[in-house]
Design a binder for this molecule. Structure first.
Ligand SMILES: [Zn+2]
Length: 315
């Protein structure tokens, strides 16, 4: 099957490269994603996250800028095969020329340090998506790790959502608690995404989405980027077949139009069987075809659904 764009909404490779002493351009036996392996796996559109670990809480913006600098250094070192994309038109042009389109995202709104002007500057630096919170609480709101506090978005979080709408940025509600999700749903005038999450009815993990959340995303043109994190696939023996159960569940209830990929490669402990690294993606395509999904469903899940959302949101 010919797939124009294969899109992955989330990876933590920028963080992993330093820790694993490797670079994006060289094939490595460490980690899960690098450029040679992306070409093997047929993945040509990737969101690279600047992940702000809680340990950098007091220097979140500095950490964020360092990761953005690293992102551009990698693009520069590999400019024959990868290029920055700022909107959907860029993605089509870049992938059309046989290169990989790289989008820059930030995972952790603490990088804004409570100052909306920082969001606008980060946008100018090429950032096109922001995961509002990680698991804890930040200036924008409460993550899923806050548990029963049930806190939603702060006033600043609401301001950020509105500003992201007007700039043309993709709002990512992965890691946000459910109250925050519904706040975003109420405030945002654009569809949004969970860039890396699965389905709670199939695997009861707080990072996975409820039926109500999935239904809302499907109804509004949003996306759930299915993630390969073992704990989010299944409690016992997570593997490719069990990931397909999440797809079957969502497809049968809400349709396939809201399904995309959000691997979280290089952001997980271990891996699910059959989903070791980015070279495994063709296996996922084969599994979907074998399961009876038609061409439109498969191209949608592998990238066309993401493209439809990015067409609408990014300016
Ligand atoms: Zn994450």
């Amino acid at each position: 099957m010919y797939l124009k764009q294969v899109v992955d909404g989330h990876c933590d490779t920028l963080t992993a490269l330093t820790a694993q002493k490797r670079s994006l351009g060289e094939r490595s036996d460490r980690g899960q994603l690098d450029l040679p392996r992306m070409f093997s796996g047929g993945l040509n559109v990737q969101f690279f996250a600047a992940f702000i670990s809680p340990r950098y809480k007091d220097m979140a913006l500095k950490k964020c800028l360092q990761l953005i600098d690293q992102f551009y250094a990698e693009l520069n070192a590999n400019k024959e095969v990868i290029e920055l994309a700022l909107h959907a038109g860029d993605i089509r042009r870049i992938t059309g020329s046989g290169k990989i389109a790289a989008l820059l995202s930030i995972e952790g709104g603490e990088s804004l340090t409570g100052d909306i002007s920082i969001l606008r500057i980060l946008y100018r630096l090429g950032v096109r998506s922001l995961t509002l919170t990680w698991n804890g609480r930040n200036e924008l709101g409460d993550g899923v790790g806050e548990g029963e506090t049930g806190g939603g978005l702060s006033l600043f979080g609401r301001l950020v959502v509105r500003e992201m709408n007007s700039l043309g940025m993709l709002i990512d509600i992965s890691h946000l608690n459910e109250k925050g999700f519904w706040d975003v749903a109420e405030i945002s005038n654009q569809p949004f995404a969970a860039t890396h999450a699965n389905c709670r009815a199939i695997c009861n993990h707080p990072r996975n989405l409820s039926d109500g959340q999935l239904e809302y995303l499907a109804k509004t043109g949003g996306i759930v980027g299915l993630t390969f994190v073992p704990d989010f696939i299944a409690e016992h023996n997570p593997d490719l077949e069990k990931l397909i159960r999440h797809i079957d569940y969502i497809a049968s209830r809400f349709g396939t139009g809201c399904i995309g990929l959000g691997s979280d490669f290089d952001g997980m402990e271990g891996h699910a069987l059959g989903l070791e690294d980015v070279t495994c993606l063709p296996r996922l395509v084969d599994a979907l075809i074998k399961r009876g999904y038609g061409d439109d469903d498969v191209t949608g899940i592998m990238g066309a659904n993401w493209m439809r959302l990015l067409d609408r949101v990014l300016k």
